[in-house]
Design a protein around this ligand. Structure first.
Ligand SMILES: [Zn+2]
Length: 138
């Protein structure tokens, strides 16, 4: 057996815009994650893992619609779904400050899902460590 396994590196360069048929998404190639190729949405956001063998460079139409989608998701940012509003960090708590900074940073780059994740972590942390102080209940 002298079969050559073609590696992802040899096929795509970092930054190449690829189409992933499995998820019907277009993303920028970021490198390898184990057996998978790591792709990042064009408008920013969470990376996802794709099967390298199914990927191909996106054609101009796909790139365009992905770009439009990214622009739309940026402009349709509303207040958080939970009616209570974003959790506020507790003074002098490093963990609160870290999580709030993470959330602000995500908001600054219009990454709604990362922003929500950070907010959920902040709430969870506050429920555990500051429940009495903030009048939170289990
Ligand atoms: Zn805290």
């Amino acid at each position: 057996m002298t079969e050559n396994t073609e590696t992802t590196e040899s096929r795509f360069e970092t930054g190449t815009v690829l189409y992933d048929p499995a998820s019907d998404r277009v993303g920028e190639y970021r490198g390898k994650a184990g057996p998978y190729a790591l792709l990042r949405p064009l408008g920013g956001g969470r990376e996802w893992e794709a099967r390298p063998e199914s990927l191909r460079p996106a054609d101009p139409g796909e790139r365009l619609s992905a770009g439009v989608r990214a622009a739309n998701s940026r402009s349709t940012q509303g207040p958080p779904a939970s009616g209570v509003g974003p959790a506020a960090p507790v003074r002098d708590c490093a963990a609160c400050a870290d999580l709030a900074a993470l959330r602000d940073e995500a908001r600054a780059r219009h990454d709604g899902s990362a922003e929500t994740d950070a907010d959920v972590l902040l709430r969870r942390h506050q429920l555990r460590y500051h429940a009495a102080l903030l009048g939170l209940r289990d």
